[in-house]
Design a binder for this molecule. Structure first.
Ligand SMILES: [Zn+2]
Length: 51
């Protein structure tokens, strides 16, 4: 499963699909704040779905 990092908070989230994280962030609203990270990165988001 793909993972993305939220640059302002440095938090790594799981991607549900190409537009949304598993905890419900729409990454298309602020694409400049998100960067794809490798599958071996540790998810640091504590919200339901990502954890
Ligand atoms: Zn998350």
């Amino acid at each position: 499963m793909s993972k993305v990092k939220h640059i302002p908070t440095n938090e790594v989230h799981r991607l549900k699909d190409s537009k949304t994280t598993c905890c419900g962030f729409k990454i298309t609203e602020n694409p400049e704040c998100w960067v794809q990270v490798g599958d071996n990165s540790t998810v640091t988001c504590e919200k339901n779905g990502c954890k």
